[in-house]
Design a protein around this ligand. Sequence first.
Ligand code: NDP
Length: 321
Amino acid sequence: MEHKSTEKVRCLIIGSGPAGYTAAIYAARANMNPVLYEGIQPGGQLTTTTDIENFPGYPEGISGFDMMEDFKKQALRFGADIRIGIATSTDFSDTLLKVVIEDEKVIEADTVIIATGATAKYLGLPDEAQYAGMGVSACATCDGFFYRKKKVAVVGGGDTACEEALYLASLAEKVYMIVRKDHLRASNIMQQRVAETPNIEVLFEHNTLGLFGEHGVEGARLVKRKGEPDEEIVEIEIDGFFLAIGHTPNSKIFADWLETDETGYINTVPGTPRTNVPGVFAAGDVADPVYRQAITAAASGCKAAIEAERYLLENGIRCNG
Ligand code: NDP
């Protein structure tokens, strides 16, 4: 396809969560004149959570949206060029790295920092959207605190679901795990911890039909052993409904060039944000299936900008203009 225009930049950052904005702050302060495209969800996943209480520096907590506005303002203050737009394809076959924006503009970059994040999977029920921020969450670490001494359910049977259930069990009165199979997929140790936690009840062979409640979530309607002769409808009283059925890293447009694990998380050299393509760095959740926190994403964005600066210096590309 014919592209309308081409622009040359030293440092292109794709994504606007904590990783992207932190990379922009560092790159701008290092005179790299970074250009950042915000992507589909400006501010990233944090803008869909409620209050952030575990990010150091905000003793009173802060809304995810406000925190990301602060990150953005800080990047703008140092001259980062922050733009609305979505990267739609890439060509990393040459040292001049090409990224196409909205299928029409080509950015030719000396360095690219990928901070496109990951997207939590949802079941696809209309009720999940209706109760978003009113009892439905995909992050126990972010929102669990609001359910102290309450009843919650976690959907999923993997390591994340077990981890979230265990975390929630330390706060909530009761935690249900809604598991579609008759066994957990999680590692043995996680299964054992769940089994040893008295206030977790695992509902095997249950699927969620919907949620109900007048002022936020008050319960879930489940079906047990769907399609079997003994199929049964079950209702549980809950105040919170947590999805833990996996995340999808937003790495599709890089798949032709970058090595990923089987789920699509970008592989980086351990302890660094370096990918298999020189000059391309990955930061935040797109390269992190394990920690997935705002603070760890921000830290990896910082590392990516420092690595990008080093790469420019090593390749004789000046950063003083
Ligand atoms: P997984 O893919 O391992 O597990 C997803 C779970 O969600 C499965 O139980 C799956 O069910 C269930 N599920 C998926 N879709 C649906 C649906 N539509 N309805 C109901 N249930 C559904 O994802 P995780 O996020 O748990 O883990 C991702 C990776 O990260 C894994 O490799 C894991 O080991 C790792 N990890 C490790 C941790 C640790 O070591 N501490 C912590 C967290 C993650 P089913 O089993 O039926 O397919």
